[in-house]
Design a protein around this ligand. Structure first.
Ligand code: ATP
Ligand code: BUA
Length: 369
């Protein structure tokens, strides 16, 4: 018997755009990036204040495209900086909305994903979901211990793309994600390297706030003592140092661009500094993959390289040359977050997975303090 078609609206808010898609099961039937004028966005004091503006933009676009939202089975949004939660598809509820409104773990445009999904779905009496938000935390207890009792390790990474790609590759290998050990390396504006043990990311660098390899616009781990000296030198405001680490670090800091394609052109034109820095980024990513292989005790079924940087052939070859003795290296360039969100919601709508409940009382708040 043929499956009944589930039509889903998918919403992925970024800092200056909202990407939307309409999916019939796992096939995209409409996708659009709604660009928001930065001056318009700047008028809003908080991320939550942008909610009405973005909702109207989405509904007006769907209307203009002749897409009848009364035919939707669900609305799914990118989840934001919530409390740490295990991976999966979550039904949006009031507790989640409250955390997204205040930005429990910080301000991030993706906080609006769940809110927009919930508000649009409520009006239609259909369910709303978020899938694998950046705060997915499946860390093994041993991975939380930093060596500095005042600070625990935090899991913030590209969970949505890492998990979607890991599932896709597992399928291609004819295995279940839950039966494999994978090292998934997301290489975009930020870089995260996850040790996936049988479907759980038991260790990963905090790719948002400065840990792990440097990336096109983030510094990654920097020498702590020297950083402290800088912070207390009296020369910088907190925000300035934060920007140097996140946004203006990595390739931006050394070479003035976050665009790896431009850096490759600089190298072709004989720029030796560009070559050294680009090579160092690959070297640091390879070292992090080595770390993840130790976490998995060498039992690694595959290493996956994904994200925009994985389009760079020389770059992925260079990383492979350091790590291909560990396991086969599989290249899955780019990312497709709208597709990943649709697939997450579809697994629930088809009954293949149960939607998880975001309940503050039940959340695991493991710390080593
Ligand atoms: N063909 C290509 N060759 C080499 N690098 C590329 C290519 N296409 C894109 N990139 C690089 O990929 C990086 C951006 O990757 P991506 O689009 O995945 O990041 P993002 O979505 O902005 O950030 P994040 O993935 O951290 O959320 C940029 O440095 C870009 O120059
Ligand atoms: C690391 C979480 C996603 C991002 O890059 O902002």
């Amino acid at each position: 018997m043929q499956d009944q078609i589930k039509r889903m609206l998918v919403i992925n808010p970024g800092s200056t755009s909202t990407k939307i898609g309409v999916f019939d099961n796992d096939s995209s039937v409409f996708e659009k990036t709604l660009r928001h004028d930065t001056d318009e966005i700047k008028k809003f004091k908080t991320i939550f204040d942008q909610y009405e503006f973005r909702k109207n933009a989405i509904l007006e676009t769907l209307d203009a495209e002749g897409i009848n939202i009364s035919k939707l089975s669900a609305v799914v949004g990118r989840g934001g900086l919530l409390r740490p939660i295990p991976g999966g598809t979550y039904a949006v509820n009031k507790e989640m909305i409250e955390d997204l409104k205040v930005g429990y773990a910080g301000q991030h445009a993706s906080n609006l994903g769940g809110i927009l999904a919930y508000e649009i779905a409520s009006g239609l009496n259909i369910p709303s979901f978020i899938v694998d938000p950046v705060v997915v935390d499946e860390l093994a207890p041993i991975a939380r211990v930093t060596g500095f009792p005042q600070i625990d390790k935090t899991s913030i990474f590209h969970a949505l793309n890492q998990k979607a790609v890991a599932r896709r590759v597992s399928k291609k290998l004819g295995k279940k994600y839950e039966d494999l050990n994978l090292i998934v390396t997301h290489m975009g504006g930020g870089v995260s390297v996850g040790a996936h043990e049988k479907g759980r990311v038991i260790d990963v660098n905090n790719a948002l706030h400065g840990e792990g390899p440097f990336s096109p616009e983030r510094a990654g781990t920097v020498p702590a003592g020297d950083l402290i000296d800088m912070c207390f030198s009296g020369e910088y405001y907190r925000e300035e140092i934060m920007s140097m680490l996140v946004g203006e670090g990595g390739l931006v800091g050394y070479l003035g661009t976050n665009d790896a394609v431009k850096v490759e052109k600089m190298i072709e034109a004989g720029d030796e500094k560009a070559k050294l820095v680009y090579d160092a980024m690959g070297y640091q990513i390879a070292k992090e993959i080595g770390t993840a292989s130790a976490v998995l005790k060498g039992k690694v079924d595959a290493i996956i390289l994904t994200g925009g940087l994985a389009y760079g052939k020389a770059f992925v070859n260079d990383i492979s040359s350091y790590v291909n003795w560990i396991a086969d290296v599989i290249i899955e360039p780019g990312e497709d977050e709208l597709q990943a969100l649709a697939e997450g919601a579809l697994r629930v709508l088809r009954g293949e997975e149960e939607a998880k409940n975001y309940s503050i009382d039940e959340l695991n708040t493991t710390t080593v303090k």
